[in-house]
Design a protein around this ligand. Structure first.
Ligand code: 5GP
Length: 124
């Protein structure tokens, strides 16, 4: 592992049960919970349980089982929220901020799932 992982970050504390969260789903390798400062009616964070800072770290170092579990967990949350377009939902946005330019606040990989309102265009 070429990068360093700070196990005192807030999501590591949530994973260890030191800080509470509003859990939506938990699998062997992933955890989904509601964002504490929701930016949409549905705003869920999905994190792997392993010590990965960004998506590229995860893609590089996670096992096949962790990667499959994470992708499935993100899909399962969309299903749980009922936001899948074409299946009665109005759609959603997946977002993962990385590093300084990405304005990443918490240095543990997380995908934001935003839904429940018109989210606007990313690029005009
Ligand atoms: P980032 O900018 O790193 O992509 O976003 C981090 C997200 O974590 C923010 O949307 C923020 O509201 C959320 N967050 C920060 N601290 C906590 C916390 O203690 N609990 C929960 N549930 N979410 C948090």
């Amino acid at each position: 592992m070429a990068y360093s992982y700070d196990d005192q970050n807030i999501f590591a504390k949530i994973l260890r049960g030191e800080i509470p969260c509003k859990k939506l789903l938990e699998t062997e390798h992933s955890l989904a919970f509601h964002d504490i400062r929701p930016q949409a009616p549905d705003h869920v964070l999905v994190i792997p349980k392993g010590p990965y800072v960004t998506f590229d770290h995860f893609a590089q170092d996670a096992s096949v089982a962790e990667r499959a579990d994470y992708v499935a967990a993100i899909g399962a949350v969309c299903k749980e929220l009922g936001v899948q377009p074409g299946e009665g939902g109005d759609g959603y946005r997946l977002l993962s901020n990385a590093g300084e330019n990405g304005v990443q606040e918490v240095p543990h990989l997380h995908v934001h799932i935003l839904a429940g309102r018109w989210l606007g265009r990313m690029v005009e």
